[in-house]
Design a protein around this ligand. Sequence first.
Ligand SMILES: [Fe+2]
Ligand SMILES: [Fe+2]
Length: 178
Amino acid sequence: MTPWRPGQRRPDTASMIRVDQAGEYGATRIYAGQLAVLRRNSSAAKLISRMADQEQRHLHRFNALMAERGVRPTALQPIWNMAGFALGAATALMSEKAAMACTEAVETEIDLHYGKQLEDLGEEDAELATDIRQFRIEELEHRDVARDAGAAQAVGYPLLTMAIRAGCRIAIGLSKRI
Ligand SMILES: [Fe+2]
Ligand SMILES: [Fe+2]
């Protein structure tokens, strides 16, 4: 492990935890919106419930890290509450495939985001890095579940994907700072 030297930039782990907690919170809200719309016995609802449970675990972990380390949550939480739910409900209203396209798009961005964080962390903060590494694996599983469930067959898939991914990047950028 290379020790940190003065003059080197230390990764801003408080900001990392803030944006990750916001993202996992957003994920739980997206799935809540989808589950509110989808028929409970539909195959999509079954897949989504399982993924939603994992998002709940991710969120709990970041909540705990926040409390332990005195990191404040993003001030945008109320917006992610509504925007996440609305995105989930809207995609589920379009179709089950569109709901899956939503998951695929979101998890694609989250994978890039967690990958970048792990790079920035390097050897620092092994505790945080371990969680991010584990969660990243699970997010990739979600992406693959959505792919296998026919995300790409959603009507307007390319545009939908582009819009959701852009939205995620904006949400990530804002939640790091605000
Ligand atoms: Fe997650
Ligand atoms: Fe996920």
